[in-house]
Design a protein around this ligand. Structure first.
Ligand code: HEC
Ligand code: HEC
Length: 356
């Protein structure tokens, strides 16, 4: 299959590794002349639901991938999606708390790592975008990001005959439109999956965790409820399940008066102030700094926050509000939790540095 060669060449999705299951649910009918893309699902993940009206095809995914690395999507041809979502860093803007757009202006939020997006239904830290296809058109037009109209984007791509034929092949008829740009990017982004971590293999009895990692796992999973004599770190309540997040919106105690209103920016409800989408805790080693504003440089700082740094506010998650300050972990337990988080990295994900 042609696309496999593209991936091998780029070498960041680790085709041929320990992925076992093949997805069954791959969407509806594919356009005439295209080939269905066989999504391989890493160990530990469920089969992702693929939208019936945008089934994955080899041609569509390849086009989406090309667009993801395409600097013509930006006003002065200097930025691609991959500028801020770097494939060798779990598609995050590693090292940058916030990202810098084409004019040199800085945004206000941390560029999230991109993986396991196909399972999600609300995008951005405040969940304001309901689909990947809708989300994809936002950064192109955002004045502090790629700063280009959709009309100009379509014009630039239409001037390149290879795009004209790639779009026609992927969608079964001629035409480059904003909607199709969104659909192609959605297809590509849906193939970015992270699983197959040491922890996933451990759960299948195929790997062992050290005593420290097991202690971390215990803390991660165990509730914190002193009245019932439970003194875990309670992480799995929000970061649980195979995706290591419920993707729900919560206030995890970062600020007493949040500068960024988070979910309330989108819903306008005071009860949503300071709530942000709960990110997955997979693949963290590559994607710092952490939180919506990139305030923590290290996982040690993140764990210290949950241990001793939880700040009160009206919308603070009630579970985190149980003990003023946090769940109070000893230094050894904090280290154990960090050690466990490091077992959640997909070793096949983004192993090489690529230059788009
Ligand atoms: C200038 C840097 C920059 C560029 C370029 C950029 N992004 Fe982003 N991206 C961000 C930031 C910052 C956020 C978070 C913004 C927010 O939550 O308000 C984000 C969020 C996202 C999300 C939501 C992830 C989630 O977990 O909710 C997706 C998906 C995404 N970007 C895809 C893309 C695609 C596709 C492109 C190219 C068309 C792109 N980005 C271009 C910085 C960038
Ligand atoms: C009440 C739900 C909740 C609980 C419990 C919780 N978290 Fe979180 N976590 C969140 C939310 C929400 C965010 C994003 C907050 C933000 O950026 O404003 C987050 C962010 C994170 C991040 C940053 C990820 C990134 O990509 O930036 C890490 C790491 C993390 N949590 C680890 C943990 C650990 C470890 C525990 C247990 C000690 C824990 N969380 C407990 C909801 C929770």
């Amino acid at each position: 299959m042609k696309l496999v060669h593209i991936y091998r060449g780029i070498g960041f999705l680790g085709i041929g590794a320990i992925w076992i299951a093949t997805a069954q649910n791959q969407g509806g009918n594919i356009p005439p002349g295209t080939t269905r893309y066989k999504l391989v699902v890493p160990v530990g993940l469920p089969t992702p639901p693929i939208a019936g009206d945008n089934p994955l095809t080899v041609e569509g995914v390849a086009l989406g991938q090309r667009l993801f690395f395409e600097k013509k999507l930006s006003g002065n041809n200097t930025q691609a999606c991959s500028t801020c979502h770097r494939p060798n860093a779990a598609f995050s803007d590693v090292g940058n708390a916030v990202s810098t757009g084409i004019t040199g202006a800085k945004g206000t939020r941390n560029a999230p790592a991109l993986f396991n997006l196909a399972y999600q239904h609300a995008f951005f830290w405040d969940g304001r975008s309901p689909s990947l296809r809708a989300q994809a058109l936002a950064p192109i037009q955002n004045p502090v990001e790629m700063n280009q109209t959709l009309t100009a984007t379509v014009q630039k791509l239409s001037a390149d005959s290879t795009y004209v034929s790639q779009f026609a092949k992927a969608f079964g008829s001629a035409g480059i439109t904003p909607a199709r740009i969104g659909l192609a990017l959605e297809q590509f982004e849906s193939t970015i999956l992270a699983g197959s971590s040491k922890f996933d293999l451990f759960q299948q009895g195929k790997a062992t965790l050290t005593a420290q990692e097991q202690r971390g796992l215990f803390l991660f999973r165990t509730p914190f409820n002193p009245r019932q004599n439970q003194f875990g770190a309670d992480c799995a309540r929000c970061h649980g399940g195979p995706l290591m997040s419920d993707f729900d919106f919560k206030n995890n105690g970062l600020d007493t008066q949040p500068k960024d209103l988070g979910l309330a920016d989108f819903t306008n409800r005071p009860g949503d102030i300071g709530k942000f989408k709960t990110p997955s805790v997979r693949n963290l080693s590559a994607s710092g700094p952490y939180m919506h504003d990139g305030r923590f440089q290290t996982l040690e700082q993140v764990v210290e926050h949950y241990s001793d740094g939880i700040l009160p506010s009206p919308t603070l998650d009630p579970g985190l509000a149980r003990e003023p300050g946090g769940v109070r972990l000893s230094p050894a337990d904090q280290a154990a939790l960090v050690a466990f988080l490091k077992t959640l990295v997909d070793p096949q994900f983004a192993p090489t540095v690529i230059r788009p």
